[in-house]
Design a protein around this ligand. Sequence first.
Ligand SMILES: Cc1cc2nc3c(=O)[nH]c(=O)nc-3n(C[C@H](O)[C@H](O)[C@H](O)COP(=O)(O)O)c2cc1C
Length: 376
Amino acid sequence: MSTTRPTTLAQPLLRPVGLGDLELPNRVVMAPTTRARAANDGLVPTDLHVAYYGQRASAGLIVTEGTWVSERAIGFINVPGVYSEQQVAAWRRVTDVVHALGGRIVQQLWHVGAASHPDHLGGELPAGPSAVNPHEMTFTRRGFTATVTPREMTAEDIAATVADYRAAARNAREAGFDGVEIHGIGPYLIPQFLNPRLNHRTDAYGGDAARRRRLLLEIVGAVAEPWGGRCVGVRLSPYWTSGDRFAPDERTLADYDELVSELNHHPVAYLHLRGRDVAAPGDRPDFDAIARYRRLFDGPLIANNGFDRETGNAVVEAGIADAVSYATHFIANPDLVARFAMGRELACGDQATYYAGEAEGYVDYPLCGWADGRAG
Ligand SMILES: Cc1cc2nc3c(=O)[nH]c(=O)nc-3n(C[C@H](O)[C@H](O)[C@H](O)COP(=O)(O)O)c2cc1C
């Protein structure tokens, strides 16, 4: 075996860290990954979910796939929810196994807002901040389908949505999770409200940046209630780019600066930041793009997007992030922490099974070979 491989102590990623009330034995976080394996009418997690998360219990923290807070939140087929009794009971089996194997797991709470489609909503129009088509694609039973012009959410719709998040957070607690994470990335409900190109409201939830971020801050307060502590993470993607609606510029970045500073005054366990996309796979992520938020947010920060072992250790060593999350590497390497610790090669995932299929490409990625020092 090579003697040049880094020892675990030399790797900042393998040192313990606290994120709010969560105590992690290492800083290698499993990023949320929608895998669309809840192929049943009730959108209930199955034995496959138990195996998938159990296999990855050595992560410092697992963040589940985005999980629907209500039927109104749905915008992708076969994604599980956390709004029914059956779903809560099934998630309990997942958290029990992860805990029995020594892990920690938080539930990501998701609502797609205007990025849904009548096919997901029993024929009804999706609702968003304003009647503006986000021009996204949504995956329905017919395949990728273009979004439509949604209806504008009423004040009652907004109150009901905040209540859905609160109920989902309570359900997550009942299901044995260690906390929840608010899904605030991509083109979905929360970034739609933050975005002046999609939010044309003139009430308390639109008009200026402070009003556009009000929904998120109300959701933070609502989901924190059942936890009574710092167990709520917030995930944001200020650099998200898609179509003509999400294009970061000085104005939108300034709005995110204010939002992140404001989060210091709310019960947030950690900020989970998706940084700028790398130009090509294997390129070094832009550390400055993450450091911008490190300067603004006083609490723990998880960095994401395009990291490997070397750049993950470097961003923690530089004091820019407290932990690093990995999505695609955790899909193909259930024992990612062991591979980092032992300096092993990483396997590549099969993209064809990322968002569809059953056990194949989900729970059948092998562990690395411990004895011979080669990748499994
Ligand atoms: C298959 C797949 C599913 C994803 N699902 C989610 C999700 O449910 N919630 C979320 O916030 N991000 C989701 N993401 C984004 C990832 O968490 C992450 O930001 C992205 O893959 C970049 O990280 P990486 O370079 O470590 O893969 C998903 C990404 C992939 C590849």
